[in-house]
Design a protein around this ligand. Structure first.
Ligand SMILES: NS(=O)(=O)c1ccc(C(=O)NCc2ccc(F)cc2)cc1
Ligand SMILES: [Zn+2]
Length: 262
């Protein structure tokens, strides 16, 4: 799976230097000003093809919890939209707040959501490993979906029930047969897309972002279980709740956000 390996900063010490924060002009997340986005009729519908049998494990990496997929073959893929190549699913994770007033990384006309799902894919037409693709400007494609408090999300419950088992940093449990497509909104044809970056170190400017216009609903109680996770490992005596695990928004620096809808 793509991110259970050491993060780049632990593999390549150079990242610990000033290079770790690229002075870059395509950092994420950003606010998406609807009226400044440009409709692009050439954007095709997204094609997601996920095989739940590639689902392997869920773990707490001390910043979020990740559900990881076997990305050694092209069984779960994303293509279409603005993407020239085929991208392979490797993991999904979330960002959330300490309360329902904030928590998402992106915002729409400054409106924040209580949480945001990121489904992470890498360009398997051009690269052979996630760790390679993460260094390239066309290496990754991440689908962002906003979560809103409302009715209980039946598909999410299996994931929520597994969270107590990964309460502490570095805990990992087997997690199988989960289809991330159940977390997508009904309409995935309406989205915004822009050239951005990872929102956690190494912050590499490798991501084609695909932010869904339609949100999904989860219940207050389901999101409360996210907040029961801990940033800290079982050994540490100071336990800190895993909340507000989002990055501050970054300057647009002249980028254009395109919309697939008018
Ligand atoms: N929030 S987000 O969707 O932008 C995001 C997605 C993936 C990663 C990740 O895989 N990091 C670990 C990592 C990074 C580089 C490597 F080479 C290996 C592991 C980080 C942030
Ligand atoms: Zn993320």
């Amino acid at each position: 799976a793509c991110s259970s390996k050491l993060a780049l900063s632990q593999v390549h010490p150079m990242w610990q230097g000033p290079l770790a924060i690229p002075g870059g002009d395509r950092q994420s997340p950003i606010d998406i000003a609807e009226r400044r986005s440009v409709f692009d009729p050439q954007l095709r519908p997204l094609k997601v093809q996920y095989d739940p049998r590639t689902c392997q494990q869920i773990w707490n990496n001390g910043y979020s919890f990740l559900v990881e997929y076997d990305d050694t073959t092209d069984k779960s893929t994303l293509k279409g939209g603005p993407l020239e190549d085929q991208f392979r699913l490797c993991q999904f994770h979330f960002h959330w707040g300490e309360n329902n007033a904030w928590g998402s990384e992106h915002s729409i006309d400054r409106r924040l959501y209580p949480a945001e799902l990121h489904i992470v894919h890498w360009n398997s037409d051009k690269y052979s490993l996630f760790e390679e693709a993460v260094m390239e400007d066309n290496g990754l494609a991440v689908i962002g979906v906003f979560l809103k408090i409302g009715k209980r999300h039946e598909g999410l419950q299996k994931l929520v029930d597994a969270l107590p088992a990964v309460r502490h940093k570095d805990s990992l449990v087997e997690f199988t047969k989960f289809d991330p497509a159940c977390l997508l909104p009904e309409n995935i044809d309406d989205y915004w897309t822009y050239a951005g970056s990872l929102t956690t170190p190494p912050l590499t400017e490798a991501v084609t972002w695909l932010v869904m216009k339609q949100h999904i609903e989860v219940s207050h109680d389901q999101l409360a279980v996210f907040r029961s996770l801990l940033f800290t490992s079982a050994e540490e005596q100071m336990q800190r709740s895993m909340v507000n695990n989002f990055r501050v928004q970054q300057a647009l620096k002249g980028r254009t956000v395109r919309s697939s809808f008018s």
